[in-house]
Write a protein that binds this ligand. Structure first.
Ligand SMILES: C[S@@+](CC[C@H](N)C(=O)[O-])C[C@H]1O[C@@H](n2cnc3c(N)ncnc32)[C@H](O)[C@@H]1O
Length: 232
């Protein structure tokens, strides 16, 4: 194959900031990965992510509006923590994860969970403006196209409603930036993307409007809240 330039590929400067995770997963990758994870997910990841999930659900419970869409609901770890007044719809690509969520709803008799849908959060097919709040916990860096996720959340949340995200977002500079860049090639082994940038999810305008809170104790995760339409 002819080399277009004499610069060795590894030394070429980047064309722009990396907006997508080191290796984006497609929908089949996600289904396959979470089919394997479903049985052990709560034990393997439930603990380290508990603070962020609790903080996000507390923020949801404090908002007005009852119609809540939980995007990438997974095994439903958050479901028992919503206020009884909130009516929850969950959506997830993985049938195996949803089976766990359905079992939880039945076991814990969670009467405020309206429906759990197997489907793509990037194209839900749900009616426009049909929710007051949409929340995505530890999902933004897993979906194939984070900007499509954001656009779909904006579409299904009413204007003036709220969108919340808990995720690990890469540092933009400093020692943590260096460490996350170094860890990026291990994304698959780690099961998350240390170099996932908030810019992969949100426009600069949205980032300017967002309310950002670190999640204790380690600050590994961040809660980001956005009012729908604040950027327009
Ligand atoms: C790390 S788990 C988080 C699960 C849950 N939110 C929690 O807090 O434990 C990521 C979840 O996102 C789901 N997911 C990934 N891409 C998706 C998509 N495009 N549409 C719907 N769900 C998706 C996965 O199937 C998985 O259940």
């Amino acid at each position: 194959m002819t080399q277009a330039s004499s610069t060795p590929p590894r030394l070429r400067p980047p064309i722009g900031p990396r907006l997508t995770p080191h290796k984006a997963l497609d929908a089949d990758d996600v289904r396959a990965a979470y089919r394997r994870w479903a049985g052990v997910y709560d034990h393997a990841f439930g603990g380290v992510s508990a603070h962020g999930r609790r903080q996000a659900v507390a923020a949801v419970n404090a908002l007005t509006g009852t119609r809540v869409l939980e995007v990438g609901v997974g095994t439903g770890l958050a479901l028992p923590h919503y206020a009884a007044s909130k009516r929850i719809t969950g959506i997830d690509l993985s049938g195996a994860m949803l089976d766990r969520a359905r079992a939880r709803v039945a076991e814990e008799r969670l009467a405020n969970v309206n429906q759990l849908i197997e489907g793509d959060a990037e194209a839900t097919g749900l009616p426009a403006a049909s929710f007051d709040i949409a929340v995505a916990m530890f999902v933004a860096s897993v979906v194939p196209n984070p900007r499509l996720l954001m656009a779909e959340m904006q579409r299904v949340v009413r204007p003036g409603g709220h969108m919340l995200f808990v995720n690990h977002f890469a540092a933009e500079r400093g020692p943590r930036w260096w460490m996350e860049k170094a860890l990026a090639p291990a994304s698959r082994a780690l099961g998350w993307h240390p170099d996932f940038s908030i810019a992969a999810l949100m426009s600069a305008e949205q980032r300017g409007q967002a309310r950002v809170s670190p999640v204790p104790p380690l600050g590994l995760f961040t809660l980001v809240q956005l009012v729908n339409g604040a950027d327009s």
